[in-house]
Ligand binder design. Structure first.
Ligand code: ZN
Ligand code: ZN
Length: 225
């Protein structure tokens, strides 16, 4: 996973103007926290500033006018018959571990999508899937450990994805901004406006992209909540 993180960082470094990071007195990610992942000589990372601005604006708008974004049912494209189990090949030691679909199988299946999607976010989020390996996992419950480097101050914080519901929610982070409508998901939510649901979604995205301190500062959350 580190290798990929570095690869992505290298790719981005090639795209971003040199010296584009650490402007305006904001501490570069990594200097505010000792828990920075990928600190093994990887260059400091800064997402697309335009995308980041659009993200913050969009999240503010969702909070301000949650009734403006409606839910619409889309076509269902669920796997007709999911496999019994999915095998995970560890990128570190090569061990192949079988995971039941009903357990973390869907998470394992979604890993390539996750990697690709995370690399396109304006906020740096990395993940560690080592607990999915029967050898490297050392008996830890299988899942993925996510590390967000706050999109504002760079402070790193961790969170876990270990259930199918959490994996579904995770996809909210990859919605295109500004958001004009939500896919209701067949039979899941009702069509039409649902301000509370929109606020909840906005809060989920905000709190996984920005730290607790920065959310209220950015106007993405009420202070003291
Ligand atoms: Zn392993
Ligand atoms: Zn922050």
């Amino acid at each position: 996973m580190k290798r990929i993180g570095r690869l992505v960082a290298t790719m981005l470094m090639g795209v971003l103007p040199a010296g584009g990071q650490a402007q305006e007195g904001i501490l570069p990610p990594g200097e505010t926290s000792g828990t920075r992942s990928g600190a093994d000589g990887a260059p400091s990372w800064k997402g697309d500033p335009e995308k980041r601005k659009a993200l913050i604006e969009s999240l503010r708008a969702l909070r301000r006018e949650p009734e403006k974004v409606e839910f619409h049912s889309a076509m269902c494209y669920k796997i007709a018959r999911p496999p019994e189990s999915v095998s995970y090949t560890c990128k570190v030691c090569g061990t192949v571990t079988e995971h039941p679909w009903a357990g973390v199988g869907q998470i394992v299946e979604g890993l390539p999508y996750l990697e690709r999607s995370l690399s396109e976010l304006p906020v740096r989020i990395t993940f560690d899937a080592s607990s999915l390996c029967s050898t490297c996992g050392n008996g830890r419950p299988p899942g993925i450990e996510m590390t967000t480097e706050c999109g504002e101050c760079g402070k790193a914080f961790r969170w876990n994805v270990s259930t199918r519901e959490e994996e579904d929610r995770l996809r909210l982070l990859f919605l295109r901004h500004p958001i004009t409508s939500f896919d209701a998901g067949p039979g899941k939510w009702k069509d039409g406006p649902d301000p509370d649901r929109v606020k909840e979604i906005a809060e989920y995205i905000s709190s996984h992209m920005f730290c607790e301190t920065c959310c209220p500062i950015l106007g993405l959350k009420e202070a003291g909540r």
